[in-house]
Design a protein around this ligand. Structure first.
Ligand SMILES: Cc1ncc(COP(=O)(O)O)c(C=O)c1O
Length: 404
């Protein structure tokens, strides 16, 4: 099996490698299978694909990556893009080439795929629980810097034991709940006590804190969003101070997302921004921050038109409808009535020229849950499919990544 070609020379990006060759070969085989299965699309117009089809407008994604890199170059914090959105080592590579310091992931399998594709600095911005996943994480840490968020003493012990058994060391960030109420220690005291425990565990190295202000992200009023994000970062700053008093200096303070990148990225306490959705700009994020283009669409076919009702084939099993409904790229002013499993229904009027058999591109309501449904991106430049980029891993399935 030939491994996927990889450009060398990128900052923090080396040739593919794996602490577990069996897993690496399995992922390479899956990628080769997907590329081959969709190869007949290469050379076709973006509007002439078997639908529903996931389209990545690479020109727009590149513009987004450059725009974010330019904006963050004037701020203290560095970018560590969240790749749970795009699940693609190819896109991560472009982000790193533009200056990102590494990536963050939501799952162990995303982290393993990124790590073995050559990305040397990976943060799992979530807690990892479960014996097999912890073991796989500890093994992957032999490849390069592998960090993980923790908020619990027992979890810290389990991670340390696994790292020692694997002959690796895991770096950890103490996750702090800054108002979202999800993961994270609930007070500065709890954080300091966890830091004490971590300092006694030989398999772990404490690097700092993570405090994701997800509860501020979708606040539509920018002034309110600024206030809420500031309050969250003030709280995180207090925890950092308390840790410093206890003798634990935080080298890393990781936070932020697409909705707050230019607020939190300007906060003097924050060292890393975890924005991910900026690369695609779905409808959910589209209105929150200006300057980005829509780079991800789903191509659908009109399967019925009845008067002013147009029915397309990407239903909610083909496009993410979380938070905000999808819209049509060419007819942004029409509202979707609803999404059935395999049908999108739009209320249109006589200005809409779509008829049975026509194709139309939809902008997802939410990109992460859209990407998760597809095997591959149809990568488009100048309106034509130029490549197929596999989406591995997706869904809750580990597809064998935990083997060995
Ligand atoms: C821990 C964490 N960091 C950052 C993000 C930001 O993601 P995005 O930029 O896609 O809003 C998320 C989103 O869910 C997250 O869970």
């Amino acid at each position: 099996m030939t491994l996927p070609e990889v450009a060398v020379g990128f900052r923090r990006f080396s040739a593919p490698r794996s602490a577990n060759p069996e897993v690496m070969s399995m992922v390479a085989q899956l990628e080769a299978y997907v590329r081959n299965a969709y190869r007949s699309a290469i050379g076709r117009s973006r509007r002439e694909l078997v639908t529903p089809a996931l389209i990545l407008d690479l020109d727009a994604a590149r513009r987004n990556i450059q725009f974010m890199a330019r904006r963050l170059s004037g701020m203290k914090a560095k970018l560590r893009p969240h790749v749970k959105v795009q699940k693609s080592a190819e896109l991560a590579r472009l982000q790193i080439e533009a200056g990102a310091i590494g990536v963050c992931t939501a799952t162990v399998w995303e982290a393993i795929v990124m790590s073995q594709s050559g990305i040397e600095d990976v943060l799992i911005a979530n807690q990892v629980g479960g014996k097999e996943k912890i073991k796989a994480l500890a093994t992957a840490a032999k490849n390069g810097r592998m960090s993980v968020a923790i908020d619990d003493v027992q979890n810290a012990r389990d991670l340390s034991d696994a790292a020692r058994a694997a002959g690796s060391r895991l770096e950890v960030l103490i996750e702090v709940d800054v108002g979202m109420g999800r993961g994270g220690v609930r007070s500065a005291e709890e954080g300091a006590s966890l830091a004490q425990h971590i300092s006694k565990l030989p398999g772990l190295k404490l690097r700092g804190v993570q405090g994701y202000e997800g509860h501020c992200m979708s606040e539509p009023d920018r002034a309110v969003r600024i206030e809420k994000a500031r309050a969250a970062m003030d709280y995180l700053g207090n925890v950092v101070d308390r840790l410093a008093e206890a003798g634990f200096a935080c080298e890393v303070v990781s936070s932020g997302g697409t909705g707050t990148y230019d607020i939190t990225g300007n906060n003097s306490r924050v060292t890393e921004i975890q924005a991910g959705s900026y690369v695609f700009m779905d409808n959910f994020h589209g209105n929150l921050v200006p300057g980005f283009s829509q780079a991800l669409t789903v191509l659908g076919t009109v399967v019925a038109r009845h008067g002013n009702t147009v029915v397309l084939d990407p239903g909610r099993k083909s496009i993410g409808i979380d938070f905000v409904l999808p819209t049509m790229l060419d007819y942004p002013f029409y509202r979707a009535r609803y999404f059935a499993e395999e049908h999108a229904l739009f209320d249109v009027d006589e200005r809409c020229l779509l008829k049975l058999g026509d194709t139309a591109e939809l902008i997802p309501g939410y990109a992460p849950s859209t990407v998760n449904l597809y095997d591959a991106y149809h990568v488009v430049e100048n309106g034509t499919v130029v490549d197929i980029w596999p989406i591995i891993p997706r869904g809750p399935g580990h597809i064998g990544i935990l083997a060995g």
